[in-house]
Write a protein that binds this ligand. Structure first.
Ligand code: SAM
Length: 291
């Protein structure tokens, strides 16, 4: 077993990895989890929106996951740029009058997009520290208290203040989501979360409980697992250091959404993409579902 350093949702840590799992295949998902964890002191949300060099300085101090246009020529250098893939999501041009929930919002790209499209209310949900995510036992054991408890959300806070956003950021684990907490939603978006969860179907059931309109799910898929010969359509990824628990075929993802109580489940789009500046090697599927 070799020791290597990883970013688990942005917390740089050393974990043990067997040689065969340290290959190229997993390097993309590892990157997919990068968070502002390289920043030792995260900036507090500014009380007044920043501009000019002050804003540039704060933006540069954050390890962004999302590429967000903050206006006046400032664009966050996100690990992913979702704007080129936005058309795949077939979002309505306007969301006027709708209550929208963005689950696992990270720096807020999707939340701010829903707000831009006129949603009456956007609730952006995420956990606040690595200790709250589904870490494999050994990964958690190898992390210090400081690493486990370092606050998330600096990117969201800065973008929120700069954009003058009214999105409501809430702290909640997807497993704890109930209608009592935040009410029901016309549109729920959950992007690239399920593969990071030990219990994706349990999480989907919680999500189902707050949808009164429709839900959009996107996740990494492995089309080689889309088979009809009775052989497995899901692979256990062994948790590993990267907390990518599952490799799902599109068929499996659709069935999971259905088993969680959604009656209509439709694969909206399938496309390849990758981190900014890298070849688009990862397959991605977008599902729309209604209860
Ligand atoms: C790969 S990022 C996806 C970001 C965004 N949803 C998107 O599609 O661009 C994973 C996000 O899931 C969040 N997350 C991980 N475990 C979670 C949990 N149990 N409950 C809620 N959010 C969680 C992380 O904090 C992070 O913001």
């Amino acid at each position: 077993m070799a020791t290597r350093s990883l970013n688990i949702l942005g917390v740089r840590t050393s974990v043990y990895a067997s040689g065969h799992r340290a290959g190229v295949e997993l390097s993309v998902p590892i990157g997919a989890l990068r968070r502002g964890g390289n920043v030792d002191v995260q900036p507090a949300p500014p009380s007044v929106p920043l501009t000019g060099s002050k804003l540039a300085e704060q933006v540069a101090g954050i390890n962004w996951y999302h590429t967000i246009d903050l206006g006046n020529g400032v664009v966050t250098p996100g690990y992913y740029d979702h704007t080129p893939i936005l058309p795949h999501y077939a979002l309505p041009e306007r969301l006027d009058g709708l209550r929208v929930l963005d689950i696992a919002c990270f720096d807020g790209y999707w939340s701010f997009e829903f707000e831009r499209r006129g949603a009456a209310e956007v609730v952006a949900l995420d956990v606040q520290r690595a200790a709250e995510i589904d870490l494999p036992w050994r990964t958690r054991a190898a992390m210090s208290e400081e690493e486990l408890n370092r606050p998330f959300g600096a990117g969201f806070a800065l973008a929120h203040a700069t954009l003058g956003s009214r999105v409501r950021h809430v702290h909640c684990n997807v497993y704890d989501l109930t209608p009592d907490k935040f009410g029901m939603f016309d549109l729920v978006h959950c992007g690239d979360l399920l593969l990071h969860l030990r219990d994706p179907v349990g999480a989907l059931m919680r999500i189902r409980s707050v949808v009164r309109g429709s839900a959009i799910f996107s996740d990494v898929i492995y089309p080689d697992l889309d088979r009809h010969d009775g052989l497995p359509i899901v692979q256990y990824n062994s948790g590993g250091g990267e907390n990518i628990w599952w490799r799902l075929g599109s068929i499996a993802l659709g069935r999971m959404i259905h088993d969680a109580g959604f009656d209509t489940v439709h694969e909206e789009a399938r496309f390849r993409y990758g981190p900014r500046g890298y070849p688009p090697v990862m397959w991605h599927a977008v599902f729309r579902a209604t209860p």
